[in-house]
Design a protein around this ligand. Sequence first.
Ligand code: ATP
Ligand code: MG
Length: 655
Amino acid sequence: MSNSPATLYLPSEAAAKSAHVSGMAAYEALVKEAATDYEGYWARLAREFLSWKTPFTKVLNDSEAPFFKWFEDGTLNVSYNCLDRNIEAGKGDKTAIIFEADGGEVTKVTYSELLAKVAQLANALKARGVKKGDRVVIYMPMSVEGVAAMQACARIGATHSVVFGGFSAQSLRDRIQDAGAVMVITADEQVRGGKQLPLKAIVDEALADNACPTLKDVIVYQRTGGKIAWVAGRDLWLHEVLQGQSSSCEPEWVSAEHPLFLLYTSGSTGKPKGVQHSTGGYLLHAALTTKWTFDLKDDDVFWCTADIGWVTGHTYISYGPLALGGTEIVFEGVPTYPDAGRFWKMIQDHKVSIFYTAPTAIRSLIKAAESNEAVHPKNYDLGSLRILGSVGEPINPAAWEWYHQHIGGGRCPIVDTFWQTETGGHMITPLPGATPLVPGSCTLPFPGIQAAIVDELGNDVPNGQGGILVVKKPWPSMIRTIYGDPERFKKSYYPSELRGYYLAGDGAIRDEKTGYFTITGRIDDVLNVSGHRMGTMEIESALVSCTELVAEAAVVGRPDDTTGEAICAFVVLKRPRPTGDEAKAIAKQLRDHVAKEIGPIAKPKDIRFGDNLPKTRSGKIMRRLLRSVAKGESVTQDTSTLENPAILEQLGQAY
Ligand code: ATP
Ligand code: MG
């Protein structure tokens, strides 16, 4: 398997010059600083990027490894760092959030206004008895109120756990119970794609039959005024609890190790786990990566399209950009409403300069643009853009090229950021004013991150040879534990055979010449066909490179008597789902295409066509379910995070 760079994209000279990390020499210098004095490097950044109430004297405490502590005797407050200190620096009247509602209404909120909202809500939470360390579940639409709720929890030292508004009552109940939450903050309804969808009714169902005995209050933000049921003594309107609350609230100064939040992972590979994050180390990496990876400057308009229910929305909406005093977009709606030009129109209207989204969104918008001229990005002025980002899944080179050309006008670097809920922020990513780009590669570790590729026993593998992605040293924003299950934390991330390295769960390969990383898929997704090891990603990219036909593809293995494993591909075409002879002909064409791109060994044995693929609610392909479909089994695994269950049956059909 080779991933030699086909094309290298260099940062423009002007961009490189003005970037926070300017040129590869600057990148190398940071890497060297971290290698020479690891703790000193992080301590320097923690002093530069954060305002501490009590300065820390200890940097890393590894005495209880793998339960690491960073900056533990320092105290600070996240909300102070994101709001008050920007106002003290003269940014009170600067726009913090440009909120665009599903229907297109725009509201702007300055730093002073946001602080007033947060402080009032923080006071209201305290008045309801919420204390430092209590868990508060936030089940809200994308809104200023949602961000403010997170910040308000941080202000009083409560630990929030945001649950994505697309989750069912059962999933919400599991998370409330697991977290032992005392309060849920929700809305009457949410609005997505012109439709009003219930939130409060789902909370009611989750809490029915006294299923969550720790829970005392439900606070309801009135978004639509739709009709909802009301439980007296438990339910409270947000606007009523805010009444009479002061708009100033002394922050609760907490230890750097105080848990800022719990967040359940997307569930692509199994039952979601409650990932616990710290205050100091987490905020440091949120601010640092926002500044270096996105090169955020004072006049930028930053837009991360993730939902606050995912870690990307935490780090790159609720915390990172605000910690730097930036201006950002918060978007309530969906990319396809009122049409699939919505993102491009919003970039044009708000003069967005940094745009960060997921491959799943890009792939679906490519498909839309190619079938409908009217929503093609060429109809919009995207000249304000200067940096693009991608996160959540590997981005296939074909999608990368389209994003680069049609959205970035050929001039914007794409930062393909590899990271996880557990890592808190970017781990392997280009820096836009430094790193030459290769489509499909997340390039090099963020300065200070000791990413490496090893075999099953933790031995380094040479470049050009695939293996297991690990991080050799603890870093400030890492997961602290799985809430309530420290044993599962150790087993999942620090298995004893890996010499104390953090196990990411992904496979990767480094390029022989450049040392660039390419993620090859989850560890479970490496296929062994007649003794040849292949990443599912490579075959998927080959399929998607048949750009006139294929919109999306997912590849899994199934046991095979002769070859060990056989390759099964699930494909979404840019045309309607074919059946019968047409399906057979297209399948043959795709097999030949893969043979030409990679080699005959990589030809999928089975190709199935679907209108879509099974995805998590965050838009990631759930290959573990496809593995069951490929084997012809019925799916018996946890499907609580699956967005579109009906698709499994369709993909199970032969033609
Ligand atoms: P679970 O851990 O419950 O199975 P999940 O791993 O999908 O769910 P997340 O933390 O949201 O939950 O996703 C992290 C994973 O997403 C990474 O481990 C990796 O597989 C994938 N990923 C994220 N960004 C990239 C990227 N830029 N390139 C390749 N893969 C990526
Ligand atoms: Mg994961």
